[in-house]
Design a protein around this ligand. Structure first.
Ligand code: AMP
Length: 279
């Protein structure tokens, strides 16, 4: 496993790769867990060369968000990646990615402004910008991303397509704790009681799916029932939405393409989760 600590190193390396090798890329913000590792394993299974980036991207955090406290532990990350035989770990710094005088931002209109984008203005501009820069540096054929960040995949897929970048996203399923909580680097923020209450996200989704399976088709009915469970568990709802999984537009009548997506605060920690109504 080779650690690349500069943009120039990454760029000259990717320029040297010949076209017939399949390059897999897993962008992360580090503090890795089994969710990240599932992406790396998928990339290793399908690609000749696998690059993992670790970069806590300041541009995707709002002014009052957790950039300064976001968990970091590079040595632990290396220990988790090395046994998976990752070829390269790319570690850019903020000053390399956004040097003084940096002026260029990428906006994927409309789809960036709903759901998490409505609660976190500018978030997806930061995500799209950093991923465009990373894709330009790594030049991957395939980019592995978790469905945990369902909207992120939709936004980035649109960007890659609109800008003819030639990189395909491989969406990977959400990895969960045995009790159902979706793995997240942010779960370390939870107190022991918040950790228990955090189950309200996956339980609400399960309830929504059960209602769909029982034949209920009004989104409003599902949302009311899900909100009740979350409120009871002490979660503060940021949003509960049921959208078409391709357009991310709200649906009132559920169908097999409907996806439940939610964001809930447990104390100060904002968690997200989602699922197809069918799964
Ligand atoms: P992050 O480090 O949070 O930016 O996440 C890096 C990548 O890992 C993104 O594509 C996430 O969607 C993915 N990821 C994070 N948590 C999970 C999870 N529980 N299951 C699957 N993928 C995940």
């Amino acid at each position: 496993m080779i650690i690349l600590e500069s943009v120039e190193q990454m760029q000259s390396l990717s320029r040297s790769w010949n076209q017939d090798r399949k390059i897999g890329f897993v962008p992360t913000m580090g503090y890795l867990h089994e969710g990240h590792l599932s992406l790396v394993k998928a990339a290793k299974a399908e690609c000749d060369i696998v690059v993992v980036s670790i970069f806590v991207n300041p541009a995707q955090f709002g002014a009052n968000e957790d950039l300064s406290t976001y968990p970091r532990d590079l040595n632990r990350d290396y220990e988790l990646l090395a046994p998976l035989e990752v070829d390269y770990v790319f570690l850019p710094t903020g000053a390399m990615m956004y040097p003084e005088g940096y002026k260029t931002w990428v906006e994927v209109k409309d789809i960036s402004n709903v759901l998490c984008g409505a609660s976190r203005p500018g978030h997806f501009i930061g995500v799209a910008t950093v991923v465009l820069k990373l894709v330009n540096l790594v030049k991957p054929d395939l980019m592995y991303m978790g469905e945990k960040d369902f909207q992120q995949i939709a936004v980035l897929r649109k960007m890659l397509d609109d800008l003819n970048l030639g990189t395909q996203i491989v969406p990977c399923p959400i990895v969960r704790e045995p009790d159902g909580l979706a793995l997240s680097s942010r779960n370390v923020y939870l107190s022991s009681s918040e950790r228990i209450n955090a189950l309200c996200l996956s339980q609400a989704i399960k309830q929504g799916r059960e209602m769909y399976a029982a034949g209920i088709r009004e989104a409003a009915t599902l949302k009311t029932a899900m909100a009740e469970g979350i409120n009871k568990a002490g979660g503060r709802i940021d949003y509960i939405s049921i959208v078409n999984q391709f357009t991310l537009l709200d649906c009132e009548e559920l169908d097999p393409e409907s996806r439940i997506i939610l964001a809930v605060y447990l104390g100060k920690t904002r968690l997200i989760d989602n699922s197809s109504v069918l799964a």
